[in-house]
Design a protein around this ligand. Structure first.
Ligand SMILES: [Zn+2]
Length: 415
């Protein structure tokens, strides 16, 4: 079934927008690409592709390059994205900092700033810090580039309503409850503004620019201070009925486990989040278990995840046992995801991705042992590609909406 056929019957304008964003996405994902291959990959006819390409060229979103090779005759003309044609501004409110960046159409960070921040700040301070950062980023742009800015995207931890642009009772972020971050930023800067959870923004970044490019169904599991992530289903971020989908850290992996702050018992986060891993190491050291980590220069309370990864890599028994335990819990959660959503790929991101040499093999093995026989051979686990995914993804929120709207008339572009 072609894209055109899928959308037959929906109004003409919606079909046109959908086709154009499909063409642009393919140029972005696989360009440089010739028009004929675009027609082949989209299932659209040559005339439609030609019209869409004309529009994209007029808007300077794509450009022609002659870098293809041909055995005989003229060199074919290829199309690729013009990365600087549009820019977007992303803000990521993390647990200990606010990062802001200007990002181009290829996902490249042009400019970035970071400030310490966190749940201890009240809502008004968060707003003024965010405002000052946007101001500072805008000041780095020469006037023509400011015209190219399509919008602002904001990502933050905890529960965020993408549709209302408000914080929803974020755990441990009481002072931010109900904060209408999207409306405040939009009103101050007069730019389209979007707000989402940073598990979702990271997932969006991987979809557009990272390990999820061209993949219609995948899950990202981010493991750092907390555990989160997001789902891409049928080619787009999945928000759920109330914008609360993606709480992957609060899948129970142990019915008899301790109670989590979320109310559930034995949540994944309680076994694999970095503070939990370090606490397990400390408890084992306290109980007298022998380990190279005891002899390390650092005292137990200054132990880092990288110390544990290095010790496990060097064959330390305690560190190896703890990482094997992390792998087992991750595998149980990933089997649940795999059974529920049949994704093409599961990505692991953030801090624990640094332990990929220790984790990927054992997790794959354990999933093979647990998963339904009919699904087993489809399981693919990889490391997420973008260390800056939260801020790039926040910026991508605005790009995603930009490509859903009509392009300005050619007259506007020429003027
Ligand atoms: Zn929980």
């Amino acid at each position: 079934m072609t894209v055109a056929e899928t959308y037959r019957g929906i109004n003409h304008r919606a079909v046109k927008l959908r086709n154009r964003s499909t063409v642009f996405r393919i140029v972005r994902d696989v360009g440089p690409i010739a028009r004929i291959d675009l027609a082949r990959q989209t299932g659209l006819n040559a005339a439609t592709v030609t019209n869409i390409v004309e529009e994209l060229l007029a808007a300077r979103l794509v450009e022609e390059t002659g870098q293809g090779t041909s055995r005989v005759g003229r060199r074919p003309i290829f199309l690729e994205v013009n990365p600087s044609a549009r820019l977007t501004l992303g803000l990521d409110l993390a647990r200990d900092s606010i990062t802001g960046a200007i990002v181009d159409l290829s996902g490249r960070i042009m400019e970035r700033f970071a400030e310490p921040a966190g749940p201890w700040l009240d809502g008004a301070v968060v707003l003024s810090t965010v405002g000052a950062m946007v101001q500072r980023l805008l000041a780095t742009l020469p006037a023509p580039d400011r015209q190219a800015l399509v919008g602002i995207g904001i990502g933050a931890p905890g529960r965020v309503s993408f549709s209302s642009g408000r914080y929803l009772a974020p755990p441990a972020y009481g002072a931010w409850d109900g904060l209408a971050l999207r409306q405040e930023v939009a009103a101050r800067f007069g730019l389209p503004t979007y707000f989402d959870n940073n598990g979702n923004t990271s997932t969006l970044a991987e979809l557009w620019f990272g390990a999820g490019q061209g993949i219609a169904n995948f899950a990202l599991l981010t493991v750092g201070t907390g555990v989160g992530g997001g789902l891409v289903l049928d080619g787009d971020l999945y928000h759920g009925a109330h914008d609360l989908a993606g709480e992957l850290g609060h899948m129970s992996v142990n019915l008899a486990g301790p109670r989590c702050a979320c109310g559930n018992y034995g949540c994944l986060e309680m076994y694999v989040a970095v503070p939990r891993v370090l606490a397990a190491v400390r408890a084992a050291l306290m109980s007298g278990e022998p380990s190279a980590l005891r002899a390390g220069a650092r005292s137990a309370d200054r132990l880092t995840l990288d110390d544990v990864i290095a010790a496990a890599g060097a064959g330390d028994d305690l560190a190896t046992r703890i990482m094997a335990d992390v792998a087992r819990h991750l595998a149980a959660a990933m089997t649940n995801l795999f059974h529920a959503f049949d994704p093409e790929l599961i990505l692991i991101g953030r801090d624990l991705a640094r332990a990929s040499d220790l984790l990927l093999g054992p997790v794959r093995q354990e999933v093979q042992r647990r998963a339904m026989a009919v699904m087993r051979e489809n399981f693919r686990l990889e490391v997420a590609a973008l260390p800056d995914a939260p801020v790039i993804g926040a910026a991508t929120l605005a790009l995603r909406e930009f490509f859903r709207a009509p392009l300005p008339d050619r007259h506007d572009i020429v003027a």
